[in-house]
Every structure is written in structure tokens, then in C-alpha cells.
Design a protein around this ligand. Structure first.
Ligand SMILES: [Cu+2]
Length: 105
């Protein structure tokens, strides 16, 4: 029997790669892309890991948040309710830096 996962070209434990779009950040070659993601308050931000290495998202600053560690082919998600600019790093690789801009319309 052909599993749905193999039809999508994913391996067990992997998710389908989300299409690039609002709130989607790809993690590849130890970089977050785009480096600054712009979302509305309460909009989910989804990171997709294309690297062989696990990664993680830690929002630093006044309102810290930590995502779970996510492996190759997996996503992690965070939601921020308040407008502002949030710097974040990967706690496993602190040289990896990104920014989230939460902007009310
Ligand atoms: Cu990392």
C-alpha cells in the first residue's frame, strides 16, 4: 500500500514543506529566510527546517518565548499577540539570528 506521505515525497516524521508565503520562514544552511518576517498580531509564524541539523527558535528580549527543537523536515510554530519587533536566535546555534515584525494593519 502506498502511504500518503510517500505520495507527497516526504519521509516518516517529515511534513510537507509549506509554500513560501506570509508567516513562513525557511531554515536552511543555518540561516532563517527571510531574515525578517512580517506578520499581523495573532498570525501564526511557521518555521520549516530543511537542514540536516536540528534547530530551535528563541525569542529574546522583554517577552521571551521558546519553541521546541525541530528536526529536518519538521516545522515549529509561534504566535505573537502584541505588535512590535522581536529578535530571535536558534538556541542551539546562537549565531543564527532573525527578526519578527508584528504589525497591526
Ligand atoms: Cu540552529
Amino acid at each position: 500500500m502506498i502511504s500518503l506521505a510517500s505520495l507527497k515525497g516526504t519521509k516518516p516524521g517529515e511534513e510537507a514543506k509549506p509554500q513560501a508565503g506570509p508567516g513562513i520562514v525557511s531554515v536552511a544552511d543555518f540561516k532563517f529566510g527571510p531574515e525578517t518576517v512580517v506578520v499581523a498580531p495573532g498570525q501564526t509564524i511557521t518555521w520549516y527546517n530543511s537542514d540536516g541539523s536540528p534547530h530551535q527558535v528563541t525569542i529574546t528580549g522583554a517577552k521571551p518565548q521558546k519553541s521546541p527543537i525541530f528536526q529536518k523536515g519538521q516545522t515549529t510554530k509561534l504566535t505573537l499577540a502584541d505588535a512590535g519587533i522581536y529578535d530571535y536566535i536558534c538556541s542551539l546555534h546562537p549565531a543564527m539570528k532573525g527578526k519578527i515584525e508584528v504589525k497591526a494593519n
